[in-house]
Design a protein around this ligand. Structure first.
Ligand SMILES: [Zn+2]
Ligand SMILES: [Zn+2]
Length: 350
């Protein structure tokens, strides 16, 4: 059996739409007929082979199909699957498998399972007619959320949710406190602003340029501030923020995040700067004297999807999807994304 897919022939060269073998679900896995697949900035880095930690496993496992924001219908279930059934509408996110029995899985942090497999890294991705995923990691999507709207929730939405959620679960920061969201108009940041508002925080959305700041305002941020004025504003108005959540993939976004913190503030790291930008400089005495904490946050897991879907159903969160294209147009979409011509998220229909 064959299926249509967008395949990497050569790193960074145009993808080719071709017929490839259709995957089969192994024990515990489900086969999903993909209907929509979101395009993430990570796709571009993977496609160009920018990140060795991702390129090496892709080569090792023969993975040539990108995409980790898939939405579709379960067509077949593997041996022993009990959580989902044929006909269920599900997502295929970045986390494709975790073991369920290591210390991280057992303590509620399967994001860091050392045996985890990622969609489009260890297993072929969702820019294709079919993809497989383990039943443990598969989010079941409520019928009210359409395919195209659900797709970006699989990575952008849940990653933003996981980061803001940590302010409650890990930091124990009460509602009503001011926090900064850096990169607030971006693919992840625009979800984060809405989620943080739903959680009751005072949201200072920081981005760059008039158009993006206006967008942050429309999202419902309490304050939408240009990066050029952010430090002065935050210091004068609040004396600092309790948390800076950094979505901007730039070291200077992280530096700003640190400068905005008040004593005992928390920096939440999400955006991934290019390795060429170097490291974040931080003096140990600053960490000690200010009592800073730094938390890393990566994607999200099954129960976080369920919570996020509830926010969407309650109209607290809405994605900004500005481009819907056919799978055959994937090279154009990649080009436009790379040139910054797509504000919000792009989704492929398959
Ligand atoms: Zn595990
Ligand atoms: Zn992604």
């Amino acid at each position: 059996m064959r299926m249509k897919a967008a395949v990497i022939k050569d790193w960074g060269k145009p993808l080719s739409i071709e017929e490839v073998p259709k995957p089969e679900p192994g024990p515990g896995e489900v086969l999903v007929r993909i209907r929509a697949s979101g395009v993430c900035h990570t796709d571009l880095h993977q496609w160009k082979g920018d990140w060795p930690a991702v390129k090496l496993p892709m080569e090792k496992h023969g993975v040539r199909i990108l995409g980790h924001e898939g939405v579709g219908v379960v067509e077949e279930v593997g041996l022993g699957v009990t959580r989902v059934r044929k006909g269920d509408r599900v997502g295929v996110p970045w986390m494709n498998y975790w073991c369920g029995s290591c210390e991280y899985c057992l303590s509620g942090y399967p994001h860091w399972c050392p045996h985890a497999k990622y969609t489009s890294v260890h297993v072929n991705g969702t820019h294709a007619e079919y993809a497989v995923i383990h039943e443990r990691t598969v989010p079941v999507i409520p019928k009210e959320i359409e395919d195209v709207e659900a797709a970006p929730l699989m990575c952008a939405g849940v990653t933003a949710y996981g980061a803001i959620r940590k302010l409650i679960t890990e930091v124990k920061l009460p509602p009503g406190k001011p926090i900064a969201i850096i990169g607030a108009a971006g693919g992840l940041g625009h979800y984060a602003v809405q989620i943080a508002k739903a959680f009751g925080y005072v949201v200072i959305g920081i981005d760059i340029g008039e158009e993006r700041i206006k967008f942050v305002e429309r999202l419902g941020a309490d304050y939408a501030i240009d990066v050029s004025n952010a430090e002065k504003f935050v210091k004068e108005k609040f004396g600092g923020v309790y948390a800076s959540v950094v979505f901007t993939p730039k070291i200077n976004g992280y530096e700003l995040g640190l400068r905005l913190l008040k004593t005992l503030g928390v920096l939440v790291a999400v955006g991934i700067p290019d390795v060429k930008e170097g490291a974040l400089q931080l003096y140990p005495l600053t960490i000690i004297g200010m009592g800073f904490r730094i938390l890393g946050s990566s994607v999200g897991v099954t129960h976080e999807f369920e919570e996020l879907f509830n926010l969407v159903l309650n109209k607290k969160v809405k994605g900004h999807i500005t481009r819907v294209a056919d799978l055959s147009e994937i090279n154009n979409v990649f080009q436009d994304l790379e040139k910054g011509r797509i504000v919000g998220r792009a989704v492929l229909r398959i």
